[in-house]
Write a protein that binds this ligand. Structure first.
Ligand SMILES: Cc1cc2nc3c(=O)[nH]c(=O)nc-3n(C[C@H](O)[C@H](O)[C@H](O)COP(=O)(O)OP(=O)(O)OC[C@H]3O[C@@H](n4cnc5c(N)ncnc54)[C@H](O)[C@@H]3O)c2cc1C
Length: 245
């Protein structure tokens, strides 16, 4: 016997009306939702991803934040674990997810905003999950949504392996080759960070990473000379650097 099909779930297409809509459910969007709630203002948070915290989950495996847990918490919920540990990126993601649940924030996932324009005394917001109207809209979509690759990359030989930090996950992605530099790059890759990239021009001690500096130069924070250290650690409390070399 043929079973009846369950009714197909159709995406809601009619426009929903809200007091405030927050676009983006990262740190900024969640905290905006938290304070609006404290003020008794109903707010709906929309996020493009499948889970709260996915912006962090998609980053490379070995990433940990450069601020210890005690300084990484959002208002109203302590960051779990040792207050002096440096949380990994998945810990941050899970914390954000828990934050949204604990604070009972209304986050609608899988809702990518595609356009926002003034309408009817407020704003009309179109997303891939339907259209909304809100009297106020807070855009909290973050600053790291579009990877930038400098034009010089297009001019490199096709044999040169290139990846953007937005797509890098772990050293396994770096192809093995006959080059003597490849093995050391594969080993060094986990400690490469945006901080290190910046420090190639402005030498200073990065958090838990050796930062290549010009020979003979010294860190402007702790004055340690580049030749004297192999691992530099920035203390989050004192903002001073200590050399473990
Ligand atoms: C590699 C890397 C490492 C970092 N390390 C640190 C660190 O150690 N310590 C630290 O303090 N900061 C760090 N940062 C910075 C930190 O991630 C940001 O400052 C922080 O995430 C900003 O929070 P946000 O809520 O503004 O944006 P995000 O966290 O980026 O959140 C934006 C949200 O908006 C959603 N979104 C985007 N576009 C749309 C759309 N069109 N429609 C709906 N939703 C949308 C995204 O899915 C995301 O959830 C790092 C950033 C990067 C890239």
């Amino acid at each position: 016997m043929e079973r009846p099909h369950p009714p197909a779930e159709r995406p809601e297409r009619s426009e929903r009306r809200d007091e405030v809509i927050v676009v983006g459910g990262g740190q900024a969007g969640l905290v905006a939702g938290y304070y609006l709630r404290q003020a008794g203002i109903p707010a709906r948070i929309l996020d493009a991803e499948q889970q709260v915290g996915d912006a962090w989950r998609h980053r490379w495996d070995s990433l940990s934040v450069f601020t210890v847990a005690r300084y990484s918490a959002l208002p109203g919920l302590a960051f779990p674990g040792d207050p002096d540990h440096f949380p990994g990126k998945d810990e941050v993601a899970d914390y954000l997810q828990r934050y949204a649940q604990d604070r009972q924030l209304a986050v609608r996932l899988d809702s990518r905003a595609t356009s926002l324009r003034p309408a009817d005394g407020g704003y009309r917001l179109d997303t891939n999950s339907g259209s909304y109207h809100a009297r106020q809209v807070i855009v909290a979509t973050g600053a790291y949504q579009r990877p930038y690759t400098p034009p010089i990359a297009a001019g490199l030989d096709t044999g040169v392996f290139q990846t953007h930090s937005a797509h890098y996950r772990n050293p396994g992605q770096i192809p093995a080759s006959g080059s003597s530099a490849a093995p050391s790059l594969r080993t060094a890759a986990p400690s490469v960070s945006p901080t290190a990239a910046r420090s190639a021009r402005t030498p200073w001690c990065g958090p838990r990473a050796f930062v290549p500096t010009t020979r003979g130069s010294s860190c402007p924070v702790c004055s340690t000379s580049a030749t004297a250290r192999s691992t530099a650690v920035a203390s989050p409390r004192t903002r001073a650097c200590t050399s473990s070399a």
